[in-house]
Every structure is written in structure tokens, then in C-alpha cells.
Design a protein around this ligand. Structure first.
Ligand code: DQA
Length: 146
């Protein structure tokens, strides 16, 4: 069962892809100066009705394994596949193959950037896409499940 029931909190996974472990240090003019670990604490304090899990990897296969692991039991996945968004047929197929709805999230407005960032292998099978609101993009994705 993947919906919230009376006794359990809704389970959401934030799944971050490559280079997002560098948030806070990486290109702060684009991605801001806050670490994701710090922002996760803000999200967990804000959404106390949600069981909010977090996983980050720079390795494509680990992201796919995580989608398989949660994809038949969690309420939702908030996926920022980062650069793999634009390249990974494998992650796109994993999103297609699981039952849990996936929201594609980006910190920056990928459509206002280089042309290669306009392509997404996630989008055709995502429930929705949120991009360009900084770390607030994650809040908006969580809100979409409430
Ligand atoms: C990103 C946008 C991607 O194009 C880029 O490769 C990232 C981060 C974003 O959150 O804005 O690493 O997904």
C-alpha cells in the first residue's frame, strides 16, 4: 500500500543525484549557499506530518536501486536527478517501471539555461515538474502530495 493510512505518516523520499552533495559550495550564484543537509532539517521541521527520507548519490545505478527499493511502498519520490536528468535512459525507465509517483525537481530553471538542459528523460513519466524556485522547489514538490 503506498497511500497514507490512518495510522502511518505519508512516506516521501527526496532523491538527489550527482554533484548535489556539493550544494552550498557549488556555483552558489546558481544553486545558492545553503547545504542540502541544512535545508533538509528545515523541511523536516516544517512537514512534521510527513516521514521525509533522503538519499543522495553520484552513481547512476545507486539512484536506480533506490527507486526500485521505495517505488512500490512510498507515497512519493521527489527526484532531482541533476545531470542524469538529461542523459539517463536507465533512470527514466526506472521512473516508468515503479508505481510510486515521481515529481521531477530542479533548483534552477533548466529551461532558461543551456539547450542540453532542456531535455529530460524523467519528465515523460513524472507526475509533474518543478524547476527554478531554488531550494523552495523541494517544498513545492512536498506540498503537491499534501
Ligand atoms: C539541476 C539542473 C541540472 O541541469 C544540473 O545538471 C544539476 C542541477 C538543478 O537542480 O537545477 O546538477 O538539476
Amino acid at each position: 500500500m503506498c497511500k497514507k493510512d490512518y495510522f502511518s505518516r505519508m512516506k516521501l523520499l527526496i532523491l538527489n543525484g550527482p554533484n548535489l552533495n556539493l550544494l552550498g559550495k557549488r556555483e552558489p550564484s546558481i544553486y545558492g549557499s545553503e547545504t542540502f543537509e541544512a535545508y533538509l532539517k528545515v523541511l523536516q521541521a516544517k512537514y512534521t506530518d510527513v516521514e521525509l527520507h533522503y538519499f543522495q548519490s553520484n552513481i547512476e545505478g545507486e539512484l536506480i536501486d533506490k527507486l526500485h527499493e521505495v517505488g512500490f511502498s512510498y507515497t512519493g519520490v521527489i527526484l532531482n536527478a541533476a545531470a542524469y536528468t538529461h542523459t539517463s535512459v536507465g533512470i527514466g525507465d526506472a521512473v516508468k517501471g515503479i508505481e510510486t509517483p515521481v515529481i521531477e525537481v530542479h533548483i534552477s530553471n533548466v529551461h532558461a539555461r543551456e539547450a542540453f538542459r532542456h531535455q529530460s528523460f524523467i519528465a515523460p513519466n513524472a507526475k509533474g515538474i518543478i524547476a527554478g524556485f531554488g531550494l523552495k522547489s523541494y517544498d513545492l514538490a512536498i506540498e503537491s502530495f499534501l
